[in-house]
Design a protein around this ligand. Structure first.
Ligand SMILES: C[S@@+](CC[C@H](N)C(=O)[O-])C[C@H]1O[C@@H](n2cnc3c(N)ncnc32)[C@H](O)[C@@H]1O
Length: 295
């Protein structure tokens, strides 16, 4: 940093952009701005109308450290500690996946089903398996004040983050957390089950982009030998936890539609629908159970 002169928003923005550009970080100027905004609590407008606003030395040091972390390849949102998902600001922790825009496709696909259930029952009981930050459950709760959700995760640390997110968003009264290996500790019946389980084939993890491989938790990625272990586990037990007319919506890898459909059909489910993400790849499948015969 320049010796002597006051450290201002303008100086920090320029310094960050130059450091990140030199390190080959794409969107260097944008990332530098988001880091400066995060640590100074300023907005883009502040930097435009008051570029000479001084930044105290402790904050400047934190920003410099953040630039260094970013130049070393740490993802922007790991450094800021939060990320937007479906219009909600979600805190992250080392135990949570950074929620991705692709997963918003699953939320969108489930909206009509939750709406239909709310219209019929006046409420909707949602189970989110592998909830991480709580992203999917909290997004659905934010859209339906009548709905309740249980977030399940094998990681107690992830669940603590999900609960903190629910609290901060004013959704905690309708959100509960269960630490469980998929359905093991789950009780009761649900109208809608959602899940974005780990689905990367184990041997593919080493070839993932560095920011994913090194910063998303392994438990959030590793889908076993063929990437389908979690789907097998979930398909084997989901029927017991679905009320009549219940549905289950799953995020899938771009090439897993056929395989996941076969797994669920093998357990008596029928495919009700599917959706592609914004990139045009298969991303969501939705299953239901054929009407149960009356005894
Ligand atoms: C791909 S991440 C999805 C996180 C979040 N739902 C999202 O979409 O951003 C998968 C999540 O499943 C959890 N998980 C992995 N194995 C599990 C298991 N056996 N039982 C319950 N949750 C599990 C991981 O801890 C992780 O939070």
């Amino acid at each position: 940093m320049a010796e002597g002169g006051p450290v201002t928003l303008e100086v920090l923005l320029r310094l960050g952009r130059d450091m990140l550009l030199k390190a080959g970080i794409p969107d260097a100027a944008l990332d530098a701005r988001l880091l400066v905004e995060r640590f100074t609590g300023t907005t883009r407008t502040d930097a435009i109308i008051d570029p000479l606003r001084p930044v105290d030395s402790e904050t400047s040091r934190k920003i410099l450290k953040a630039f260094e972390r970013r130049t070393a390849g740490e993802p922007l949102h790991r450094i800021t500690g939060s990320r937007q998902f479906y219009g909600l600001e979600l805190s992250l922790s080392p135990a949570t996946l950074e929620p991705r825009p692709d997963t918003e496709t699953l939320v969108d696909a489930m909206l009509p089903l939750v709406r239909k259930t709310v219209a019929r029952r006046g409420s909707c009981r949602i189970l989110d398996l592998g909830t991480g930050t709580g992203a999917i459950a909290l997004a659905l709760l934010s859209q339906f004040p009548e709905a309740t959700a249980t977030g399940v995760d094998v990681s107690a640390e992830a669940l603590a983050t999900a609960c903190a997110n629910a609290e901060r968003l004013g959704l905690s009264v309708r959100f509960s957390a269960t630490c469980s290996d998929w359905f093991q500790n789950v009780a009761g019946l649900y109208d809608v089950i959602v899940s974005n389980p780990p689905y990367i084939p184990r041997d593919d993890i080493a070839g993932l982009a560095r920011d994913v491989r090194e910063h998303d938790p392994r438990a959030a990625l590793d889908g076993g030998g063929d990437g389908l272990d979690a789907y097998r586990r979930i398909a084997a037990e989901a029927a017991r936890f679905l009320d009549d007319d219940g549905t289950i919506g799953l995020e899938i890898g771009f090439d897993q539609r056929q395989a996941v459909t076969s797994i669920f059909e093998g357990q008596g489910f029928e495919l009700l629908g599917s959706a592609k993400d914004l990139g045009g790849d298969d991303r969501v499948v939705i299953f239901g159970l054929p009407v149960r015969s009356q005894a």
